[in-house]
Design a protein around this ligand. Structure first.
Ligand SMILES: O=C(O)CCC(=O)C(=O)O
Ligand SMILES: [Fe+2]
Length: 329
């Protein structure tokens, strides 16, 4: 039995029109990218989250990634813990056990475990390097690479549409994303029962730190998004779609025209929930400053420019317990 003692945790079971659906086929096949970019722009202003359909990623690849995700988390803790993120140095990839990352640390402990990887680099630098991979799962590494590649291609298309929506050249962001920070995350949320309070939920309320997130979620549900009126709205799983949302960097780049929207996860379904978000930022050294088309005399730039890597690392320090120990030394 689940009891929501805290009414702030209840979400409106509204129709998901509140989070729009966008058919991106005309963007991917080149027949009408401007139409898709207009829809994305409007949605980024009003909601910050949208479902995409006809996204071109094969069902077989998604199913394979999902199967590997379940196999990964089914491994004994000791095996997963050999890949603990604390062993990855500045690369900051690998296994993140329960409570080792809390994205809203003032209020919530996150009842989830994760595995993070990215593109392979021989050289180690913050957010880049080799992936820690489980030798027990022979297909894991190849499936991960293929999935990450598909997400990167899709993200670049969506980002070109965001550029168009801001009256910028279609390739505007490419110069800031030559070697972008990306994180491909696998997530496991056990179900919670009993009394549930804000002190411990799947993932605490947060905005994403980067440019764009593309999320696959399984059929279980539990994602909630805070709308502009401050109400929590469910973002239920919908077959053959991904959920896309913009992050903090876009809010700065657009001078708050597009806002990075708060969201959280509460899994009280009685079954395990798995989700697979892909995060893309800018290059580590890229300067994040508002684009010219979002500034005017009556709407001057609100943000002091910062670098992408700086921002990302500061958010990691705030949420990863092992980095707090390092910073405190
Ligand atoms: O699992 C989900 O549905 C959302 C995950 C999320 O918000 C995140 O990892 O930033
Ligand atoms: Fe998130």
């Amino acid at each position: 039995m689940v009891q929501m003692t805290d009414t702030r945790l209840v979400s409106k079971q509204t129709a998901f029109e509140e989070i729009p659906f966008i058919d991106i086929a005309p963007l991917l096949d080149g027949s009408n990218p401007r139409k898709v970019s207009r829809q994305i722009g409007e949605t980024c202003e009003k909601v910050g989250f949208f479902y995409i359909k006809n996204h071109g990623v094969s069902r077989a690849l998604i199913d394979a990634m999902y199967a590997q995700t379940k196999s990964f988390f089914a491994m004994p803790f000791d095996k997963k813990n050999k890949m603990n993120v604390v062993n990855s140095g500045p690369t900051l990839r690998g296994y993140i056990p329960m409570y080792a990352e809390n994205v809203d640390p003032e209020n919530t402990r996150d009842f989830k475990e994760c595995f993070d990887y990215g593109a392979h680099y021989d050289e180690v630098s913050p957010f880049f390097g080799a992936n820690l991979m489980p030798p027990e799962l022979p297909k894991f590494s190849d499936v991960c690479d293929a999935y990450h590649g598909a997400m990167l291609d899709l993200a670049r298309k969506l980002i070109s549409a965001i550029a168009l929506s801001l009256d910028l050249p279609v390739d505007y962001f490419e110069k800031l994303q030559r070697k972008p920070i990306t994180i491909q995350r696998l997530l496991h949320y056990p179900s919670q029962s009993g009394e549930i309070s804000q002190k411990e939920i799947g993932i605490g309320a947060h905005t994403d730190y980067g440019f764009l997130t593309i999320l696959f979620q399984d059929k279980v549900g539990g994602l909630q998004v805070r709308n502009r009126a401050g109400e929590w709205v469910s973002a239920p799983p919908v077959e053959d779609t991904f959920i896309v949302n913009i992050g903090d960097l876009v809010q700065t780049l657009t001078n708050d025209r597009y806002t990075s929207t708060m969201h959280r996860v509460i899994n009280t379904s009685g079954v395990e929930r798995y989700s697979i978000p892909f995060f893309i930022d800018l290059d580590f050294d890229a300067t994040v400053e508002t684009v010219a088309t979002c500034i005017s005399v009556s709407n001057p730039a609100k943000y002091t420019p910062y670098t992408c890597g700086q921002h990302k690392y500061s958010r990691f320090v705030a949420s990863y317990t092992h980095l707090q120990a390092v910073e405190a030394v």
